[in-house]
Design a protein around this ligand. Structure first.
Ligand SMILES: *Cc1c(COP(=O)(O)O)cnc(C)c1O
Length: 429
């Protein structure tokens, strides 16, 4: 395939945008090569500026669960835009989408809309701290909650249980309030809680992890966290930015039957426009300004175009919950096809899947946490990524990302993908 025009645009972009991109993963640093510039997309396909057509397994990192340029969403945005694009005053559509979202998600009474998943998680943690009257939070190594300071933390060395900044610009003062724990390791979480008795406001996690590849919670892990939170007066925050309105209409709370105190959303809830949200029971949500003491705000929060896209998306999903079965079946088909192909090719691999989230790690041993994900063979992943791209298949440009299956994918597309895998498997060790 020819990427001349993409490469030329990348050169121009780097002159005026740091690294040529507005979000780092797009730059292909983990796999090498130049990023691809998109011209347009429809259904399951991306069309790049060089005229290549790619089958898309990223779907804007999740939002396009029904495929690109989905007509009800596009039409809703067009109609709304004609009436003005922002007022900074209340609009009825905000109540409409809030009521629908709250009706679809278990254990929440009220929801507030923001502009990104980052903002949702940042605000949820502030609310948890304010409500609990405590400062420290627990997060898990390998879980991503956006780029606000409290989350850009890595495990501290040796005996210290608190984290250290993993980006310049994040202060030690902030880092000392974020405690790091190991995903799928309840004993580790219990130890961290014991060492910081009565100081922990909340535990935040991806209830199904998608930012170290796809990693499902071990049997009993979420239930165990719920119990630890109840016993120690800690709020449990499910970051469902990726899993919300994807793994089930009611997200992981519904899928696995575990109750969170605060839930965050992004991606699907905006139908492809910049939207995030956080929700909880009334008692917690009413702790927010203007009726409560915890401050949180946004000039463009609840923006009419964003709400129109989100509402159109949620309405589609709510009216046709069979979509979730449909994408799960497609993902299972892909999983089975890739399993057979890699096995036949003698490749050492682990495929993790839950619902319509799936990822491939080139590792012989199970991938259950950040360490086991990081131990996989990244050279094989790079080859796999570029090999698939060469066959017209666009997967995530990093082994630490999940693939998102959309309902616009046909079984023919999946067969094409599996055939490409068969070819590429021959080049892997
Ligand atoms: C994408 C993501 C975020 C951040 O959302 P942005 O809209 O990129 O700020 C937070 N949490 C999880 C689990 C995510 O996947």
């Amino acid at each position: 395939m020819n990427y001349q025009r993409s490469s030329a645009l990348f050169v121009e972009a780097q002159k005026v945008i740091p690294g040529g991109v507005n979000s780092p993963v797009r730059a292909f640093k983990a796999v090498g090569g130049d990023p691809i510039f998109v011209e347009k997309a429809k259904g399951a396909y991306l069309y790049d500026v060089d005229g290549n057509k790619l089958i898309d397994y990223i779907n804007s990192w999740g939002p396009m669960i029904l495929g690109h340029a989905y007509e009800p969403v596009v039409n809703a945005v067009i109609e709304k835009a004609k009436k003005g694009t922002s007022f900074g005053m209340p609009t009825a559509i905000e109540t409409e989408i809030a009521a629908l979202a709250v009706s679809m998600v278990p254990n929440v009474d009220k929801i507030r809309f923001v502009n990104s998943g980052t903002e949702a998680c940042m605000s949820a943690v502030r609310l948890a701290r304010g409500f609990a009257g405590k400062d420290k939070i627990i997060k898990f190594a390998g879980c991503y909650h956006g780029h606000s300071d409290s989350f850009l933390i890595q495990a501290g060395s040796g005996a210290v249980t608190f984290g250290t900044p993993n980006s310049p610009g994040v202060t030690e003062g902030t880092a000392k309030d974020t405690l790091l724990a190991i995903y799928n390791d309840l004993d580790n979480v219990a130890e961290v809680i014991t060492a910081n008795k009565d100081e922990i406001a909340c535990i935040i996690l991806e209830p199904v992890a998608g930012n170290m590849g796809c990693i499902a919670p071990a049997e009993g892990f979420l239930q165990g966290l719920r119990k630890l939170c109840d016993e120690n007066n800690i709020l449990l925050i499910f970051d469902e930015v990726m899993t919300g309105f994807r793994l089930a209409a009611g997200g992981v709370q519904e899928l696995l039957g575990v109750k969170a105190d605060i839930v965050t959303f992004g991606k699907v809830i905006g139908g492809g426009l910049p939207v995030g949200a956080f929700a909880a029971r009334t008692e917690i949500m009413d702790y927010l300004a203007p009726i409560g003491p915890v401050y949180q705000a946004g000039t463009l929060s609840g923006n009419p175009l964003a709400m129109a896209a989100g509402l159109a998306m949620l309405k589609e999903l709510n009216a046709n919950k069979d979509v979730f079965n449909s994408i799960n079946k497609k993902t299972e088909y892909l999983h089975k096809g890739m399993d057979e192909t890699f096995n036949a090719g003698g490749v050492r691999f682990t495929i993790n899947r839950i619902g319509s989230m799936i990822s491939v790690h080139f590792s012989e041993t199970p991938v259950t946490d950040f360490t086991s994900a990081a131990n996989a063979n990244n050279e094989n992943f790079k080859k796999f990524f570029h090999g698939m791209l060469n066959e017209g298949i666009y997967i995530a440009p990093s082994a630490f990302e999940t693939w998102f299956i959309c309902d616009a994918l046909s079984y023919e597309d999946l067969d094409t993908t599996i055939a490409a895998c068969r070819k590429v498997a021959k080049t892997l060790k």
